[in-house]
Ligand binder design. Structure first.
Ligand code: ADP
Ligand code: MG
Length: 451
């Protein structure tokens, strides 16, 4: 039967799809009207499940003349039981099994993401204070930091911390009423209440919270009626000693069109900000993620991915997921070279040739091209080399190993740490910023197409 199915699918699906997803799968014979298909890994399983199960079911029904159930699973005894867990944590499915000790029934009563717990949050210099404050609030709600106002850029863990507070409270006191809403949801509820003439129950609902978590509060900007209503909700809760936690991409005083009275309410507790994580923290986040998935990642690979994604942890995680999928689909070993194709090239680059960059460095520093490509550890030389590597990364989309080659065959980790070092330094060193800008200008001049 399976070979018949394969034949038909080959006709219906594009070649890459077939080769990648279908050909690697196998199936057992039919039992109880159920066809079990085995895939080599969880990623293939998820893709088949998500995109091709319908097609397969149709083909099988065509061949047999009656419908059967299709069940897709991973072809390794010990991995099968992990699949559910993996799906849950990779977010492939919304219906998840309980993890982190939360009983199933709570799932239905909340909107919280099961992954967003304290134990999965990596603490670094960038978020230490926000984390400590969140933990304190989770432990002693309504006491010290009320409201707790978390702010920071996109994808830096505000929602994660906020929901961790919710999970933690539930753990300790299962009966407490913990509401997590986005500002949009709050606004929509409000509008619906006005329409249905049910303001009374809207107010009762929100003012009954023990802990109210409101996400992306910056979107309240300019919504006068929402602000009005939220002001009263806030006051009622605050006066009753209930905890309010707010998250925003910027501090209250930088939200334009936020009423002054709300601004001052939002600032009366603690404003804790989250910065971009440094390389070390990014690596720790990837390590932790991999640990939860039972995947062993070579340090080199962790380093490489972490290096490429600096300011958004969601993108960092996305890159890891892509890399894992890619590796497992093609059955490749997990190496830097193999995952390079799925990582995004650096942004804000201007096309420049490696030669142009090297010659600008040679002209601007007291070094020769041989120095740059050689192994001298003299300070001036290695400084020029580091700047050169950094600029080559900025101005070209060469991979790190390729940049290493341009510098006489240096290891990609050398390139990486050079870039990281310059990136760090330029945050505090104004002179360096100026130097880099001048060098960039020269590189751009040198690279401009001439007739
Ligand atoms: P924000 O709400 O600030 O935009 P999120 O809380 O949605 O960001 O975080 C984006 C992703 O990054 C989530 O999957 C989250 O679990 C993860 N993440 C963010 N910070 C950390 C951290 N310190 N440790 C582990 N995972 C993190
Ligand atoms: Mg968020």
């Amino acid at each position: 039967l399976w070979s018949q199915v394969l034949e038909r699918l080959q006709l219906e699906l594009s070649r890459p799809t077939f080769e990648t997803w279908i050909k690697t799968a196998s199936a057992e014979r039919l039992e109880n009207n159920c066809l079990v298909i085995f895939t080599p890994n969880p990623f293939a399983r998820n893709w088949l499940q998500k995109y091709y199960i319908k097609t397969i079911a149709n083909v099988v029904q065509d061949i047999l003349g009656y419908p059967v159930d299709i069940y897709i699973t991973v072809n390794q005894g010990d991995e099968v039981s992990d699949v559910k867990e993996q799906e849950a944590s990779w977010g492939f499915q919304t219906q998840t099994s309980p993890t982190d000790g939360l009983p199933q029934n709570r799932l239905k009563t909340t909107e919280l993401n099961l992954k967003y717990v304290f134990s999965r949050f990596v603490v670094g210099a960038n978020n230490r204070m926000a984390h400590a404050a969140a933990l304190a609030v989770a432990e002693y709600p309504g006491r010290e930091f009320n409201p707790l106002f978390l702010c920071g850029g996109v994808g830096l863990g505000k929602t994660h911390l906020m929901q961790a507070i919710g999970h933690y409270r539930w753990e300790i006191s299962p009966d407490s009423r913990i509401f997590y809403v986005s500002t949009e949801q709050f606004t929509n509820d409000l509008i619906a209440a006005i329409r249905k003439d049910s303001m009374q129950s809207f107010r009762e609902h929100y003012r009954a919270a023990d802990v109210l978590l409101v996400d992306d509060i910056q979107f309240i900007e300019g919504k006068e009626y929402t602000q009005e209503e939220f002001f009263h909700t806030f006051n009622t809760l605050h006066e009753a000693g209930k905890q309010v936690v707010l998250a925003s991409d910027r501090p209250p005083n930088q939200i334009p069109g936020l009423q002054q009275r709300l601004c001052s309410r939002f600032s009366m507790g603690l404003i804790a900000d989250i910065q971009s994580p440094d390389l070390e923290t990014r690596m720790a986040i990837l390590q932790k993620k991999a640990e939860y998935e039972n995947i062993r990642l070579p340090r080199e690979v962790v380093e490489y991915i972490a290096f490429h994604y600096t300011s958004n942890i969601r993108e960092l995680e996305g890159a890891l997921i892509r890399a894992l999928a890619y590796i497992s689909i093609w059955g490749l070993p997990m190496t830097v070279e193999n995952i390079a194709p799925v990582l995004e090239p650096p942004t804000q680059k201007v096309e420049a040739t490696p030669e142009a960059i090297l010659s600008v460095i040679v002209e601007s520093f007291d070094v020769s091209i041989e120095d740059l490509k050689g192994n001298s550890r003299r300070r001036e030389i290695s400084w020029a080399r580091q700047i050169g590597m950094y600029l080559m990364r900025q101005h070209t989309d060469l991979s790190l190993p390729r940049i290493g080659e341009e510098f006489g065959g240096k290891d990609h980790t050398t390139v990486m740490y050079s870039c990281e070092k310059i990136t760090q330094l330029r945050q505090t060193d104004q002179n360096l910023v100026k130097t880099l800008r001048q060098l960039s200008d020269r590189i751009n001049m040198a690279s401009r197409p001439h007739k």
